[in-house]
Design a protein around this ligand. Structure first.
Ligand code: 13P
Ligand code: SF4
Length: 385
């Protein structure tokens, strides 16, 4: 009987026969076609070579293997924003990531540089949870409550350019998962309250676990309820006003997942992204951005075991790159980011070949006024100590 059958599983849904709890995938016997069509790989290589230094390809850690192999730089949102700003020589920046990242790259690059997102449908459900009109309405609520002057707005990188511009106009800053604590420290040196957009979990986790605030200091503003679903008194008493947004990928991890994996793998280290729910982060051993997660696994002792709570492309890549460590996906069911995955090899090849012909497709261009104010908020982030 196989290990999977032992567990009552009809298939090796989550791992190899020898390692059924891991997210490494099932090894297929026999001769099978390669994961990426070799003809497309060759076309991507040729188009990249033809473009030479005129092209700069950025790849977020959640991208597919078939795409990430063509990135000149890989990174978390913060590193990619800095890299985009640091390459003034490239005419074209192809962003293998999602829409808000490409917008930030457009804002941070020079006017002559053109940013391309290979599939325009690569959005982000979390960023979509805060629209400009909703945020303006919320700010009016803060004004009516008489607290707007005390509030510094901070928006997570995972927000649209017009939300970043809103924040820039009102004295606030952008943050990413790798500098959220520093951004909050800065914000509390400027005002006594923070409006944190749009990820309630990153805001709560940072406020409570890094800044020493209590859960009672935080309220959740629901843009779909009148007054955010909060009384004026509750708004006035709060230190952290968290927007009711979340990541649908990281929202799947539960406290139960952590308890289960600890039972299954004694001594396992639980490593999660701060977009996970508070009870998951509290139960984990380590929390940090995608860049942090990679570093932590790289530095880990051979033979150590890790359960990682973040997007599956990255976890699988880590598992493949570190066969000397046991690397498991924190949830038992698959959890890709569907929008990150929209950037596939055909879209990449299409955008690169179009650029090589001199045709710019899927350009992401933020209007000048929005870009100006969003850059103010991004620059405040880039200047954080
Ligand atoms: P980081 O890469 O900044 O950790 O963010 C993760 C994410 O969700 C990007 O969409
Ligand atoms: Fe958005 Fe979550 Fe996907 Fe990141 S992982 S792009 S936050 S949906």
């Amino acid at each position: 009987m196989t290990a999977a059958q032992d567990l009552g599983l009809p298939l090796f849904i989550l791992g190899r026969e020898s390692d059924t709890h891991s997210e490494r995938g099932v090894d297929c016997p026999g001769s099978l076609p390669p994961a990426s069509d070799p003809a497309l790989v060759e076309r991507a290589r040729a188009a990249k070579a033809a473009l030479g230094d005129r092209l700069f390809v950025l790849g977020h850690h959640y991208q597919r293997d078939e795409v990430i192999q063509f990135a000149d730089v890989t990174g978390d949102s913060f590193k990619l924003a800095r890299e985009a700003a640091a390459r003034p020589t490239a005419d074209y920046v192809v962003f293998c990531g999602v829409h808000f990242m490409a917008e930030s790259a457009d804002i941070l690059t020079a006017d002559h540089q053109q940013v391309v997102l290979p599939d325009l449908a690569a959005g982000c459900s979390m960023a979509d949870m805060a629209t400009f009109d909703q945020v303006e309405e919320a700010w009016e609520e803060l004004e009516d409550a008489g607290i707007a002057d005390d509030v510094i707005p901070i928006t997570y990188m995972n927000s649209s350019a017009d939300i970043k511009a809103f924040v820039g106009r009102r004295g606030g800053a952008v943050c990413t998962s790798s500098n959220a604590r520093r951004a909050l420290e800065w914000a509390f040196s400027q005002g006594s309250k923070v409006l944190f957009l749009p990820d309630q979990h990153l805001g709560r986790n940072t406020a409570v676990l890094s800044m020493g605030l209590s859960l009672d200091d935080c309220v959740v503003y629901n843009p779909h309820r009148p007054g955010g679903g909060l009384t004026r008194d509750r708004l006035r008493d709060a230190t952290m006003i968290l927007w009711r947004g979340h990541c649908s990928v990281h929202g799947r991890f539960s406290r139960q997942c952590v308890d289960d994996v600890r039972q299954r793998i004694p001594g396992v280290n639980v490593l999660v992204h701060p977009e996970c729910r508070h009870e998951v982060v509290v139960a984990a051993d380590h929390v940090g951005s995608t860049e942090y997660i990679i570093k932590k696994i790289e530095e880990a002792e051979p033979g150590s075991a890790w359960a990682v709570g973040t997007e599956l492309n990255l976890v699988q890549r880590l598992a493949n790159a570190h066969p000397d460590k046991t690397i498991t996906f924190l949830d038992r069911t698959v959890c890709y980011c569907s929008t990150m995955n929209r950037i596939d090899l055909p879209h990449l090849v299409w955008s690169l070949e179009s650029l090589a012909r001199g045709e710019v497709v899927n350009r992401i261009q933020v209007d000048a006024d929005t870009a100006h104010w969003a850059k103010v908020a991004l620059d405040r982030m880039l200047a954080l100590p």
